[in-house]
Design a binder for this molecule. Sequence first.
Ligand code: THU
Length: 133
Amino acid sequence: MDYKSLMEQAQAARKKSYSPYSHFCVGAALLCKNGKVYTGCNIENAAYTPTNCAERTAIFKAVSEGERQFEAIAIIGGKENEEGGFCAPCGVCRQVISEFCDNDFKIVLGTVDSFKVYTLGELLPYSFTKSNL
Ligand code: THU
């Protein structure tokens, strides 16, 4: 699975975004080490705080299906009437990723045609993880 294909799946997932409050649509595609891909979109709520980001939707779907080994996640976001583009994961999602992934986990940001690959270590340095407990 190349990162362009992963980004295409994130873009497709973004079309499912339920974001009637922010009108900001995000899609994510999570690549497992076994090659399977789990996608997710953001799912908002009238009470606002129960909102779930696209990245966490994908991760929770995967973990709830028994997956624990992850290679990369592609993320694409933007206003609902615009093309999706660079969308950095929020702090909560970075922390959730760090529960299951090492510093070399890849985070792919941008568009299908122009993206950059970051590592979790770059986006969440000095993290608090189970190794601290
Ligand atoms: N959102 C995500 O789904 N992922 C991110 O990384 C950033 C923010 C969502 C949450 C909310 O539904 C909307 O984007 C605006 O914050």
